[in-house]
Each structure stands twice: as C-alpha cells, then as structure tokens.
Design a protein around this ligand. Structure first.
Ligand code: C2E
Ligand code: CA
Ligand code: CA
Ligand code: CA
Length: 281
C-alpha cells in the first residue's frame, strides 16, 4: 500500500503543484494588470431581429498579458472573483464603456439611441457602497443613464430574495436598465422573476446552440420568450451562430440577437466602423 500511494503521489503531486503555482502566478499577474493597463474593452454588437439594425453592444473585458498574449476571461474571471479583484476590473470596464458611449454619441448622433451592456459580477452585488460607486462613474463620465444596461447572471440571484429585490431596485433607481444574463441556467421561479425590476432576459447560449438539434432546447427558448413577454421584458438570444437559428428565433418573436453570426466581440475601431456602416434607427 505504501508503495502504491507513493507511486500515486509521484503521478499527482507535480500536477497539483504546477496548478497551484500557475494559479498563484495568475493572481500576481492580475494584480499588476490593472496598474499596467493590460485590460481592454471589446464590444459585441446586439442586433434587432425585427429590423436587422444595430441596437447596441455588450462590453467584454480582454486581457493582454505581456508574455502569454490574450488570456480568455473564462480563465481569469473566476480567479478575479475569488480574490476580489473583479470589483476593480468591473469598475474599469464600466468607466471605459460609459466614456466610450459619450464619445460615440457625439461622433454618431444620428445612430443613437444605442445601449451599452456591462457585466456586473455576482461577487459584487452584496458589496457595501456598490450603488454609490456606480453612480459616481455615471456622473464622472456623463453617460445618459438610459443608454446603460447592467447584466447580472441568473445564478447570482439565489440568495435572500427580499434583499436582492431591494438591491436591483436601487440599481434601477440610478435610471439604468437591467438584464438577467445566462437565463435558463439558474433556477428562478416564476414568482421570483415576477418581482424583480428587470428589463431584459438574455437566453443562455447553450439553448441557442442546441435549438436546431434538440426539441427540448427549442421548447425552453419558446417558454422563456413567452414568459418574458408576459412579464413585459424583452429577450436577447446569445450565441446566435447560424441563420437557421436566427430564423427560428424570429418565428418565436425574440427581439434581439447577439452572436458570431453577426459579429464577434471587436475592438473600438472595428465597433466604430460597424456603427457608421449601420443605417440609423
Ligand atoms: P457572457 O457575459 O455570457 O458573455 C458572452 C460570451 O459569449 C463572451 O465570451 C462572447 O465572446 C461569447 N459569445 C458571443 N457570441 C458567441 C457565439 O456566437 N458563439 C460562441 N461560442 N460564443 C459567443 P467572453 O468574452 O469570452 O466572456 C466570457 C464570460 O466572461 C462572459 O460571459 C462573462 O461571464 C465574463 N466576462 C467577460 N467580461 C466581463 C466583465 O467585464 N466583467 C465580468 N464580471 N465578467 C465578464
Ligand atoms: Ca454578459
Ligand atoms: Ca451570457
Ligand atoms: Ca455566459
């Protein structure tokens, strides 16, 4: 047995150590990344399915690491959440996105209103002073509040219902819009959803991805859309990659689409080309 466990250690220990070292390195690098301005904001267009027009963008953070190059948010957001660094990242993205919108409105007045959607990590929702900090950024940048949407994942709304309603209401009171992100992957009951001051549901891309091949996904999407409409919310389908998916969503009266079919997340300059190319609303 001793022999066996020894050999097992010999196999597992290095991997575990390497992982721990890598993780620690990532954390150190993340701390530096903020000071060194290695974060960038990319913009993914959101399109009206009915009119085919650009209605706005989702702001998505990108990290350009000095040695590794581009690191995916899927890799570093969880570490940033565990270490609390996410609040700095989210604030950076919010400030940058709001600043950009003010510039774009001056640059392309006849293409407005456009909206910018910004992600707010669950880890922040309960943080003291969150509303004040957001309000400060809105004042500082001068963004028109109706142009900003904040996205909160459905899975982050599983705590105390009363305090979540209160917190979302405080966000709404700032004059901004609210979306529930990755909808369908959490466990919102109809009763809970009904009480939340939400403008938009974003259908998780796993359903959109399977809607062509799996009739259950299609039915889930149909149900989410009718639910949203009953509650007077509109719907964005995420991860739309094919024109078949777009047609199906159109038939289901989904309002908006976001996905590689139209465009990947793009840098500022490319976003500007997209804005100037789109016909005005
Ligand atoms: P999310 O908020 O659900 O963002 C949508 C993700 O789906 C983005 O990945 C986007 O690039 C990707 N996507 C969009 N259309 C398609 C498509 O047609 N096909 C496929 N396969 N993927 C598509 P990204 O940018 O890698 O971000 C991943 C996640 O990281 C985000 O998921 C979000 O949870 C988090 N994230 C990104 N930026 C921020 C941020 O500034 N703050 C916070 N808290 N989280 C962020
Ligand atoms: Ca999002
Ligand atoms: Ca999402
Ligand atoms: Ca997601």
């Amino acid at each position: 047995i001793k022999q066996l466990s020894k050999s097992r250690y010999a196999v597992f220990e290095p991997t575990w150590q390497t992982q721990a070292v890598e993780r620690l390195q990532l954390e150190t690098d993340l701390r530096r990344a903020i000071e060194r301005q290695e974060f960038h904001v990319y913009y993914q267009p959101i399109i009206s399915i009915k009119t085919d027009k650009l209605i706005g963008f989702e702001a998505l953070v990108r990290w350009h690491h000095p040695n590794k190059g581009w690191v995916s948010p899927v890799e570093f957001i969880p570490v940033a959440e565990e270490t609390g660094l996410i609040s700095l990242i989210d604030r950076y993205v919010l400030r940058e996105a709001c600043r950009q919108m003010v510039i774009w409105e001056q640059q392309f007045p006849h293409k407005f209103p456009l909206t910018i959607s910004v992600n707010l990590s669950a880890a922040q929702l309960a943080q003291l002073g969150l509303i004040e900090r957001i309000d400060q950024i809105l004042k500082e940048t001068g963004i028109k509040r109706e142009h900003l949407k904040i996205e909160i994942t459905e899975s982050s709304l599983t705590g105390n219902h009363a305090s979540e309603i209160a917190m979302l209401q405080q966000l709404k009171n700032l004059g901004i819009q609210l979306s529930i992100d990755d909808f369908g992957t959490g466990y919102s009951s109809l009763a809970r959803l009904h009480q939340l001051p939400i403008d938009t549901l974003k259908i998780d891309r796993s359903f959109v991805n399977q809607m062509g091949s799996d009739s259950e996904s299609l039915e889930i999407i149909r149900t989410i859309i009718s639910l949203a409409h009953i509650l007077e919310m509109d719907v964005i389908a995420e991860g739309v990659e094919t024109s078949e998916q777009l047609l199906q969503l159109q038939a289901l009266e989904c309002e908006y689409s976001q996905g590689f079919l139209f465009s990947r997340p793009v840098d500022r300059q490319t976003a500007e080309r997209l804005i100037s190319a789109c016909s005005s609303l």
